[in-house]
Write a protein that binds this ligand. Structure first.
Ligand SMILES: [Ca+2]
Ligand SMILES: [Ca+2]
Length: 287
């Protein structure tokens, strides 16, 4: 007899004994029962049977043999099922496998996320470097209002003897000033209403189109200075500004889609780390 995970080998033996009262037969049967884990243990069953004469004796022996075989079979089947993994064990093993797989996936995703963060930082560094790299000296001769010619780089706009650059990229106030300096310029310094209106007219309308220019009170709160160190004499703050609402030390001009807004009330203060567009100014020599 055998099962997929266990096996039984029978080895039967018959012998005759004599007791005080008469004949008695002894039937022994031995079986090797193999567990699913490979271990083998022997099982021996012995039956003493009072035997009678003739055919009854043979029938009795056969019946005893069958009983022994049946008993050994029951033992073998019990051993087989006892050693089988239980459903609960299978579920626990499966769950442990799932947890291990999820942990490995999480670790992989964390590594990918870290790599993406590093790539993002490298790209931002490249962008900053590109922004602060000096532009090629492409120059255009433009006559100013006095008839004299001044040189303005391409995409710079002339007003009186200065050229102005309106950015499309958004960076902090400090990076904006660095960019302008690399161009031989500075963040715009606005002394008159005419200059303010000229710049305002250059700016496109949008929901909240903001541009850094060269004014801050970083040195002393509420003591606004231009980037050349001079004090601000004439200003064009919006009503209620500057208010230093959330530690706001840098000035910007805003132009919106609201037509009622005017150039001479368009300055706001804001945190210098805010990323917005900016205006550079470069004083030019007339020829
Ligand atoms: Ca301030
Ligand atoms: Ca403000």
């Amino acid at each position: 007899m055998s099962t997929p995970d266990s096996s039984v080998v029978f080895d039967g033996m018959y012998s005759k004994l004599v007791d005080d009262e008469g004949n008695q037969d002894k039937f022994s049967s031995t079986a090797d029962v193999q567990h699913s884990d490979g271990a083998v243990f022997p099982v021996r069953v012995t039956a003493l049977v009072r035997s009678g004469p003739g055919p009854y004796r043979i029938a009795t022996i056969c019946l005893a043999s069958l009983c022994a075989i049946l008993l050994i079979s029951i033992i073998a089947v019990s051993a087989h099922y006892k050693n089988r993994p239980q459903r609960g064990d299978e579920g626990t093993t499966s769950m442990q496998t799932d947890v291990s797989a999820l942990t490995a996936s999480l670790s992989k995703l964390q590594q990918e996320n870290k790599q993406l963060q590093e790539d993002k930082k490298a790209l931002l560094d490249k962008l900053d470097l590109k922004l602060t790299t000096k532009a090629p000296p492409v120059v255009t001769l433009i006559p100013n209002t006095t008839g004299a010619s001044v040189e303005c780089p391409t995409n710079w706009h002339l007003f009186n003897s200065s050229c102005y650059f309106i950015s499309t990229r958004m960076i902090s106030w400090k990076l904006s000033q660095t960019y302008c300096e690399r161009q031989g310029a500075h963040l715009a310094i606005i002394h008159t209403a005419e200059e303010q209106t000229f710049l305002w007219d250059l700016l496109p309308r949008a929901h909240w189109n903001a541009y850094w220019f060269g004014i801050s009170d970083k040195q002393t709160e509420d003591d606004w200075k231009w980037v050349d160190g001079t004090s601000v004499e004439k200003s064009f703050w919006e009503e209620g500004e500057p208010n230093n609402h959330i530690n706001e030390d840098c000035g910007y001009i805003v132009k919106t889609e609201v037509l009622e807004r005017v150039a001479i009330r368009s300055w706001y203060d804001a945190p210098c780390e805010m990323s917005i567009k900016f205006i550079c100014e470069k004083e030019m020599k007339t020829k």
